[in-house]
Design a binder for this molecule. Structure first.
Ligand code: GDP
Ligand code: ZN
Length: 317
């Protein structure tokens, strides 16, 4: 029988998949010649925006997060469905892309209202990283119970809401905002990114007691010659159908994400109305004469702090 499944774990040729709609779990392998077919078709279909369409061969034809059609008699993957998104890393040497998670629907960029205070510059970096990977992002501000001036924080966050990033205020321990967050996770593949200590593990634990993020950092992703292995895996929310949290330690750290400077201006959604409106077609938006983006910053249409983030990322990468 042919069954549509989500791949939630993959190790050395064995893929753990679960039937969509809340069905059983299978351990399957790739159909013999499927690997060859896929190597050339799905490879880096992830074209980043208009500035650059990188075509690199993917090292692994099936990734965690993929939707696959399996044959339950042979326990083989017959087909991999087209991806909605890819979170990929370039392998050492730079010739291949390793897709860590396919079909990520949303990145919840998480900070704390206090202890530690939100670092908006870092928040911008995470949002840019998500945009660059063409992933939807939402912002979670946890530990609202510790905030001395939540109104001030909300004022800062209004900028983000205005440009299209939903904001969630939560307190993991007090259970504030958790139901709303579960509503956002439902039916999707999501991940939590953000600095350590802001309460990502606590939030997941509040969402589902016992659901623990792996500890450990990027070192868990080991590069051994051509074969890249990773511990990326999807964890199901038990009471929900087709609802997964991707646990990839690297995803939590902004340095792990690859952003190309040439893409930067396209990673600020509020710049969009001004694309192509600068006096010079090769404008880098560093306050050149006739720069529409700089002018929009002066007139207050673009947040000066966000523009500063852009400038600083252009400078530092
Ligand atoms: P992670 O590194 O982002 O996974 O953060 P943790 O979940 O390990 O939390 C870091 C610390 O913050 C722990 O001591 C938690 O108990 C605490 N913490 C997490 N969420 C909250 C919250 O909503 N309110 C308060 N007051 N403390 C929290
Ligand atoms: Zn410009």
């Amino acid at each position: 029988m042919l069954v549509e499944c989500t791949v939630f774990r993959g190790t050395s040729g064995n893929y753990y998949v679960r039937e969509r709609g809340g069905g059983p779990t299978f351990v399957v392998k790739l159909r013999g010649n499927l690997k060859k077919e896929l190597e050339y078709s799905t490879s880096a279909s992830h074209a980043r925006r208009v500035t650059r369409a990188r075509k690199r061969r993917a090292t692994d034809p099936v990734s965690v997060g993929d939707t696959v059609i399996i044959e339950t008699d042979t326990l083989q993957i017959e087909r991999v469905l087209p991806r909605r998104s890819e979170f990929a890393r370039t392998t050492p040497g730079g010739r291949e892309q390793h897709v860590l998670v396919a079909n990520l629907d949303c990145v919840f960029v998480t900070f704390a209202a206090a202890n530690p205070y939100p670092n908006y510059w870092l928040l911008d970096r995470f949002l840019v990283a998500a945009e660059s990977a063409e992933l939807k992002a939402q912002v979670v501000i946890n530990k609202v119970d510790l905030s001395e001036d939540l109104e001030a924080t909300k004022r800062e966050l209004a900028v983000y809401e205005k440009i299209g990033y939903p904001i969630h205020l939560t307190a993991a321990k007090a259970g504030i905002g958790i139901e709303e967050l579960v509503g956002e996770l439902r039916g999707k593949i999501s991940t939590f990114a953000g600095p350590s200590g802001v309460g990502k593990s606590s939030l997941l634990n509040a969402i589902e007691p016992g659901l623990k993020l792996k500890t450990g950092e990027v070192s868990e992703i080991t590069h051994q010659g051509k074969h890249t292995t990773t511990t990326a895996e999807l964890i199901p929310l038990k009471d929900e159908v087709d609802t997964w949290v991707a646990d990839t330690p690297g995803l939590r750290q902004v340095d792990f994400w690859e952003v190309d400077k040439a893409d930067l201006e396209f990673c600020f959604p509020e710049f969009e109305p001004f694309y192509g409106q600068c006096q010079f077609s090769n404008c880098t938006h560093q306050a050149e004469p006739g720069c529409a983006i700089h002018e929009a910053t002066l007139s207050g249409e673009i947040s000066p702090r966000r523009y500063e983030s852009f400038m600083s990322m252009m400078k530092d990468g």
